[in-house]
Design a protein around this ligand. Structure first.
Ligand SMILES: [Zn+2]
Length: 151
């Protein structure tokens, strides 16, 4: 295997290639996409050489495009991910979703004592600069991408 990222067209004519997923995080991203029921062909490449991150994962999903909520979920799990839409064996569009300041009704607070686990309040997570980029709006618990769980 060379250090060149596989050309999308070598894999599929139409679909989505998610590039720059952190090493060994692609299975978690794939699970989040909830593609099982659709029966789409998927290829997963783990630990591909990357000049920027040494190793990265990629996902190739045939004949499928993410909606905006799914794009946001991908970048919440994989902050450096690029979502490439493939048409006619070419990258037609590159999507780098921007994180909103507050993510509402999408992620669970990992703190088991948080009010969100016992009372009917909307789930709100702030995005902040730093190694622990997520903070619960209520209990201020800080956590990282690898602790993200969706509602
Ligand atoms: Zn909380």
């Amino acid at each position: 295997m060379t250090s060149t990222t596989p050309k999308s067209g070598q894999i599929m004519e139409t679909g989505t290639m998610i590039d720059h997923i952190a090493f060994w995080q692609a299975p978690k991203v794939l699970e989040t996409l909830k593609l099982q029921a659709l029966g789409k062909p998927v290829a997963m490449l783990l630990g591909h050489p990357s000049s920027r991150y040494q190793k990265k994962d990629l996902l190739f999903i045939d004949n499928w495009e993410p909606d905006s909520v799914t794009e946001l979920k991908v970048v919440l799990l994989a902050p450096y991910a690029t979502i490439n839409l493939i048409r006619d064996f070419q990258i037609e569009k590159k999507i780098k979703p921007q994180l909103p300041d507050i993510v509402e009704e999408l992620m669970l607070c990992p703190n088991p004592r948080c009010i969100t686990h016992s009372e009917e309040v909307p789930h709100k997570i702030r995005t902040v600069e730093g190694r622990l980029p997520f903070e619960c709006y209520y209990c201020e618990f800080r956590y990282s991408h690898d602790q993200v769980k969706f509602l």
